[in-house]
Design a protein around this ligand. Structure first.
Ligand SMILES: [Zn+2]
Length: 420
């Protein structure tokens, strides 16, 4: 009981501390129409569910041991956990743009009004703070800092907090660096490479040049990042760049066009080196996120049939292995392809999350020191538990649709010729 009260107090405290910022004068606030004007014209195609008030005490589905009320409560507790960690200066310094993007995307996607307005309030408060502390591009900014500022600028703008002055500075500064500086390879001229060293496991050096086999600092052997990892990082960076008109080395389509070189997907959780499995799942999830504006549009599985099949075939493995972070990305992505709470795979995932929430509202390993590994699994668990307001089928960048269709035609015809 005492613990429940403490929880309630914490939630109230968190919301109250957020409140004063809502009325504080924003840096430069103007309506952000980029997404909203498009969306207003789109009608919701999915069936309208029962009003939440009439479902709250009911099981999530016949025979479920969890109720709608428990699901809602778990989501709000998760949001409060993320927000509490976002208020810590060090965490926000390291991951500010990601936190704002998390609140923004959830607030747009949630069907539940209360969860949506809570996420939006949290996102706005953090975005105001970020704006106040990021007004200029430093003269000595490197490609990493420019990317990060572009990410923060896009996330805050998406919540309606524009700063045209900062965006203009970013547009001027971005061309100072090349595609390799932003993306580690140049997608206009080469496929995703397999010679990008990962951060050194011994000394943490993260600036070993491509092709290095040993660390330039400590001389230990380096491990290479998978092609999938390098590729989906570049996909996210160019997605942010194209959304905001700040070209970060190349365009989204320049990166996306290499997708066929990453197919078909073979990696399995049982491989001796399972890095490729993890990176494959995250790469597929980020194809979907960047194509559907992070869960705003549903996607036809016909556009990405191999990705859809791979996820369906591997989701149970994520549950079995208690992959708190990855499971939510699986579920989010499968939901975008049209799976619903009626599907046994989604039900299994939801029950897993509802049975494994930590006392502080988070999911994942409570003893983990890296805050990213604390809030990110929580974000994904919230995603896995949420019902979204899909804004019909659509694409973030409609111009890539012919490319996706063309790939599928060639896959289908090659399958047909094999069958013969
Ligand atoms: Zn080293």
């Amino acid at each position: 009981m005492r613990r429940k009260l403490l929880c309630l107090c914490l939630i109230l405290f968190t919301l109250l501390t957020a409140a004063p910022f809502h009325s504080s004068p924003p840096t430069t606030v103007s309506a952000h129409t980029h997404l909203h004007s498009n969306n207003a014209a789109l009608t919701q195609t999915s069936a309208t569910p029962l009003p939440v008030s009439t479902r709250r005490g009911q099981p999530l589905w016949p025979g479920s041991r969890f109720t709608e009320e428990a699901r809602e409560r778990a989501i709000l507790r998760g949001l409060n956990f993320i927000y509490r960690t976002a208020l810590k200066p060090r965490n926000f310094r390291d991951y500010g743009p990601d936190y704002i993007w998390c609140f923004y995307t959830l607030s747009e996607a949630f069907r539940d009004e209360k969860a949506s307005s809570t996420a939006r309030r949290m996102g706005l408060e953090r975005a105001h703070f970020w704006r106040r502390t990021h007004r200029f591009v430093p003269a000595d900014a490197d490609a990493g800092l420019i990317s990060e500022l572009a990410y923060g600028d896009d996330a805050a703008t998406s919540l309606g907090l524009r700063d045209d002055h900062l965006r203009a500075q970013l547009k001027r500064a971005a061309p100072r660096f090349k595609a390799r500086d932003y993306l580690l390879f140049d997608p206009r001229t080469e496929p995703p490479p397999s010679d990008v060293p990962d951060e050194c496991e011994y000394c943490g050096a993260d600036d070993n040049p491509r092709g290095s086999l040993v660390c330039h600092v400590c001389k230990h052997r380096l491990v290479m990042r998978t092609r999938y990892d390098v590729w989906y990082d570049a996909l996210i960076t160019t997605y942010v760049g194209d959304r905001s008109g700040i070209t970060l080395g190349a365009h989204y389509v320049d990166v996306l066009k290499w997708l066929p070189t990453l197919r078909p997907y073979h990696a399995s959780r049982n491989d001796p080196d399972d890095a490729e499995f993890y990176d494959t799942v995250y790469a597929i999830a980020h194809i979907v996120y960047t194509l559907n504006n992070y869960s705003q549009y549903s996607l036809s599985p016909n556009l990405l049939p191999q990705e859809f099949e791979y996820l369906k075939a591997n989701l149970r493995e994520a549950i079995r292995e208690k992959e708190d972070d990855m499971l939510g990305e699986f579920m989010d992505t499968l939901r975008a392809f049209g799976l619903t709470t009626n599907d046994p795979l989604i039900r299994q995932g939801m029950e897993y999350y509802l049975a494994h929430q930590n006392g502080d509202g988070s999911w994942g390993d409570r003893h983990e020191k890296d805050i990213y590994q604390r809030y990110h699994p929580t974000w994904n668990a919230i995603a896995g538990l949420s019902e979204y307001t899909w804004k019909s089928e659509g694409l973030s960048f409609p111009e890539v649709k012919p490319l996706l269709e063309q790939w599928n035609r060639s896959v289908s015809s090659s399958r047909r010729s094999v069958a013969k």
